[in-house]
Ligand binder design. Sequence first.
Ligand SMILES: [Zn+2]
Length: 384
Amino acid sequence: MLDAVLAAGEPTQAGIAAATGLAPATVSNIVRDLCREGRLTASTAVRGGRRVRAVRLTPLPGVVAGVDFGHRHVRVGIAGAAATGPVEDDGATRLLAERGADLAEGHDAAVGLDAAVALLDEALAAAGTARAELLAVGIGLPAPVDARTGAVGEPGILPGWVGIRPATVAAERFDAPVVVDNDALLGTLAEQAWGALRGIEDGLYLKLSDGVGAGLVLGGRPYRGRSGTAGELGHVVVDDSGGPPGGAVCRCGNRGCLETWASTATVVGLLEPLLGAPLTVDEVVARARGGHAPSRRVLADTGEHVGRALGGLCSILTPARIVVGGELAQAEELLLDPLRGALERWALPGAADGVEVTTARLGRHAHVLGAVALALDHVLATQL
Ligand SMILES: [Zn+2]
């Protein structure tokens, strides 16, 4: 019954009876007992213009933290430990405090964790709480995390972290249980809990940044795969130029991977000879919006390469919605229109019909919120 309450957010007793198949009188008895034990909280809600009695999981008295590591940054967010709530909960309002810092490229795991611990304490203080109230920490890394061993694998953008078991190491530093996953999957969890993947049974979140990665939702559940590398769309070869092996060499050791065509580094690198270095994605998008043809060309070509790789994925998975996040998503239709065209061109006829392609809703908060969602999942699993 607690599972049914969690899934529905704030159901009525009739709703619980329908979801569990239990008799209404039985539901009523159990709800009364659970309310008395303090595990459920009853309240009056309005449904269809009528006042009804609804119940929800009683929020635990405490907070969770979400930690998002990039290859050059770390951000920490603090959120209340209430269960994922009703529809008006948009995630961002759930963050009590957020702090961030820059990290050196290629930093060691120990340096990154030191910075995260300092930011955690700052954010806890800003949220008016303390380590003793911390129930769990979710950590996102831009690298695959092996589900069996918990170790960070390759190919990763974080060479200083390979082989480390971050959940074990970080739990000692944070004095709290730690759960770790890769950042594209965390973007997926956040969009699923509060954003553009809410209520979508089969969909994917695509992160277009320094790295290119996807997080899959299949049958309503995030899909992690066997070794934590599921969704590495950035390392699907989209062009090896035919004949002998060609295409740019990728950091994964292959040639012609999508990531060599469609990362922020590629976009900026193609335009720096024209516009001067250093160039940022923000500047490229601003110029493209102002009509700068080379910038528009590069963003359109990026969308086409991504659409081609997604076309293959659509043929296999036939998702209902594709959500594009990461730094390059700010190009919006300049990138998404060519992406949609290529998706239709390269997918099996019919497989891409009706696939919605939209930008992510949670923007720059997405990965911190995903780490928060991961921590909340852990707390709720323990609570249940
Ligand atoms: Zn690669």
